[in-house]
Design a protein around this ligand. Structure first.
Ligand SMILES: [Zn+2]
Length: 525
């Protein structure tokens, strides 16, 4: 929809201001130099490797920042509740009060964009380009999620409160799980109930072998061959792979791919940059380096960037590896006529579906059985370990999805017709959850997704997860079924955004999309 000139000018001003505000918001968090001190006694429970790494002050106290590697192990492992509370409280306020003002201005400007386009809300403006099409579909979905997740969250918190009572000697009625308790007791429960210690899993999942395994699984599933190639690289750790169609496979709807030259000419390329180094991006991500265009003969290239331990991966990291590689495959296996339709250029609430789907290959006997040929002397993964991993991953789904639901609902509220002040909206909404709102906390000032391009789109993580689990159902009991894999490649991955995601997904499933599998998943147990 095009705007008349005066409105177009105002839209341009708003867009520029939103970019500035988004950058300021991120900067206020990133450049927050606050440090907290904890005595060594307050750090009881933390792994020795963490204690060896963090700096000390002159009195021998540990000095920590708001970086994940400082904070996450602390909140998961520190036995001292008051220390956890103090760190959690500061962490929740790390956005600084200024970020609340920034966010209020962002929200008001977005409402003005909706007014310029004469739609009722910013959510209407955003969702019309998404799979859901309207805010009503999102809100209906979130209501369905709430119906399932509330019970699951209360059940999880009940189990954690029992453990807290047992470990602290408090009567269970007084052992209420606070926000700074949830991660700690959840880890303890995982250890007790499922005998899963993420750190100890690294010996089962040697990093280079896991990459070889993932390429093996992918080759079988989608009819591919990966070959290391010599190209200019930005660091000696980086690997480049040519991607070929495996011999005799006619994997795509496009006739050219089944032709003999497709077996000797790469269909695309992949950079793998797996290990940490100074100055490198700190998270895990996949980026399209170049999109495909069958019209001009452009080959797609994607990059996978992670910061893995060289020795081995935790199970969570195996899932991360597969997740990001799912994005890579969406880019590299796409074979669209136009560049504009290539790879991950799909609706924003669909883009996480293929990647979330691929995580499942980390937790199934059929795919993990293929590890044997890659891991050498590493201990074997038996069925009992796979079952325990699955059960342990499931535990806490109520707490996790309760939080996701709150984030998504808050995001939709700020993008609604009457947004209100962000902290007021948040304290009311968080106050209505089982763990409640803690006075003086300012979580919205840290919520970068909402300040950036994810506004009115946070629901997309859960929506795409529902699609992912629905897609997965096509594989049934055998996740290595290559006939389904090739159909998935042809009907979804190779198509990019040539058609609306819903049309392609429903053609693949041969039925309308359904969220049943997702509701079972978030219900846990
Ligand atoms: Zn992703």
């Amino acid at each position: 929809m095009s705007l008349p000139p005066a409105k177009r000018e105002r839209f341009r001003e708003i867009s520029e201001r939103l970019t500035e505000l988004g950058q300021e918001f991120a900067k206020n968090i990133r450049e927050n130099t606050t440090r907290l001190q904890f005595t060594v006694e307050e750090c009881d429970g933390l792994p020795q490797s963490w204690l060896d790494r963090v700096p000390r002050d002159d009195d021998g106290n540990v000095v920590v920042s708001f970086d994940y590697p400082d904070y996450v192990p602390f909140i998961m492992n520190a036995r001292n509740e008051e220390a956890r509370r103090r760190y959690w409280f500061a962490y929740t306020n790390r956005g600084t009060p200024r970020n609340l003002e920034v966010l209020d201005e962002i929200v008001a400007l977005r409402k003005e964009i909706a007014d310029l386009y004469e739609v009722p809300s910013f959510a209407h403006y955003v969702t019309k380009r998404n799979m859901v099409e309207t805010p009503e579909t999102v809100n209906r979905f979130l209501t369905e999620v709430r119906n399932v997740v509330t019970q699951a969250e209360l059940r999880d918190l009940g189990a954690l409160a029992e453990l807290k009572a047992e470990m602290t000697g408090l009567p269970v009625e007084q052992a209420r799980i606070q926000r700074w308790d949830a991660a700690f007791y959840r880890e303890r429960l995982r250890e007790q109930r499922y005998a899963i210690d993420q750190e100890a899993l690294r010996k089962y999942f040697p990093t280079p072998a896991m990459v070889a395994w993932m390429l093996d699984v992918t080759s079988r599933l989608y009819g591919l061959r990966f070959e290391r190639a010599t190209v200019p690289l930005w660091h000696e750790d980086v690997i480049y792979l040519d991607v070929f169609n495996a011999g005799g496979v006619r994997a795509s709807s496009r006739a050219s791919e089944g032709a003999p030259e497709a077996r000797t000419t790469p269909i695309g390329g992949i950079y793998l940059d797996l290990y940490p180094r100074d100055g490198k991006y700190k998270h895990a991500a996949a980026w399209p380096v170049r999109g495909v265009s069958a019209r001009t003969g452009r080959k797609p290239i994607s990059a996978l960037v992670t910061n893995f331990n060289r020795e081995g991966l935790t199970h969570d990291e195996v899932e991360t590896l597969l997740h990001e590689f799912g994005h890579v495959l969406h880019g590299v296996l796409s074979n669209t006529y136009y560049l504009a339709h290539s790879g991950t250029s799909v609706e924003r609430d669909f883009v996480e579906a293929p990647s979330q789907m691929y995580e499942e290959w980390a937790s199934r006997v059929e795919s993990l059985a293929l590890l044997r040929t890659h891991v050498g002397d590493a201990p074997a993964i038996d069925e009992s370990l796979v079952q325990r991993l699955r059960a342990s991953n499931k535990f806490g789904a109520g707490v996790d999805y309760g939080r996701q639901l709150l984030y998504a609902s808050f995001d939709m509220a700020l993008a609604s017709e009457n947004p209100g002040r962000t902290l007021d909206v948040w304290s009311l909404m968080e106050g209505a959850t089982p763990m409640g709102y803690v006075d003086g906390t300012q979580f919205p000032g840290t919520f970068e997704h909402i300040a950036s391009g994810y506004a009115a789109g946070y629901y997309g993580y859960m929506w795409a997860k529902a699609i992912a689990l629905d897609l997965l159902s096509a594989f049934g009991a055998d996740i290595m079924n290559d006939e389904v894999g090739r159909r998935f490649r042809t009907m979804i991955l190779s198509r990019g955004s040539e058609e609306p995601a819903r049309v392609m997904v429903e053609r693949f499933l041969e039925r309308p999309v359904a969220s049943d599998a997702f509701f079972v998943h978030i219900g846990g147990e």
